[in-house]
Design a protein around this ligand. Sequence first.
Ligand code: HEC
Ligand code: HEC
Length: 294
Amino acid sequence: MSDFWSWWIIVVVVINVGGFYLLLQWTRKVKVKSSSKGTTGHVYDGIEEYNNPLPRWWLNMFYITFVFAIGYFILYPGLGKFEGVLKWTQENQLEGEVEQASKIYQPLFDKYLNVPIAELAKNKQATEMGKRIFVNTCFGCHGSDARGNPGYPDLTDNDWLWGGKAENIELSIIKGRTGQMPAFGESLKAHEIDELVNYVGKLSGNDVDATKAAAGKLLFDVNCFVCHGQDGKGNIDVGAPNLTDSVWLHSASRSGIAETIRNGRMNQMPPHAEILGKARVHLVAAYVYSLSNQ
Ligand code: HEC
Ligand code: HEC
């Protein structure tokens, strides 16, 4: 805010408060000529107005509002850029509340930090806490029920890109993961991609063109096995999915699979170590673990 507008606000506020005070004093002093009956002579539909002074309590309430207003402007921000003696801001109120809350909850979180995830996953209180963290932090991508969305893995199905052991899951959350499937649109011809689609289809048990699938297998053994493995069962070291099951990260359709092979995929799980801190990562990892290890 520029100095000009700051002063503008200060002047308007002071004129208003001062103006109301003067108005009040003035109306108290104005003498209205009273008739012999003590009325002002104003008559509305036969109703006459008495010329009584304002009741004292009413006037006092008015004075209290002035004291309140002046006190408020001294303590809190209101007069232009003046921050108020208490230096209150929305931000530090929030920070204070967050600090208060973490004083209460941090010991609860820390209590679980040294309990192994597999054990925590059986602890109802811990998984409830983990679930709350999940719903706050992870649902945008994985869905509030953790069943995922196209491109975002289902975390309930015991099928893992990067491994489903407790330490794999925790590491996925701490460091994040980047899954990269290279594009083959340049290096393979359209019919070769089609043959691969047939072979990938065969791997997951679909009805396919057997001749094309056989040709696809030869291409697979040259181009794809490094990551997806000779048997197509994937590799958790590079996050390459198992292609032999019915779980699909991106698309199960022939055209979707062809698109994956042609254009590749680049997929990222952001690291959460700093966002959540160790103790909460541990709890949310236990919750995720519990979803497929009941
Ligand atoms: C911005 C979106 C996003 C958010 C937020 C997010 N994730 Fe992920 N997550 C992903 C993506 C995308 C992948 C898949 C990465 C890949 O393709 O290799 C993933 C992968 C994972 C994996 C590995 C799954 C596997 O099959 O190995 C776990 C575990 C996981 N996320 C848990 C979480 C948890 C717990 C949170 C919240 C603390 C979270 N994620 C928040 C996008 C997200
Ligand atoms: C450098 C390693 C690498 C190579 C080589 C590779 N892939 Fe992949 N592939 C991946 C990764 C990693 C993913 C998962 C991408 C993600 O996380 O979104 C993937 C995903 C896929 C998917 C999508 C699976 C799903 O569930 O939606 C298909 C289909 C696929 N690959 C087929 C192939 C075929 C066919 C080849 C050979 C032409 C191949 N890949 C070569 C690493 C590789």
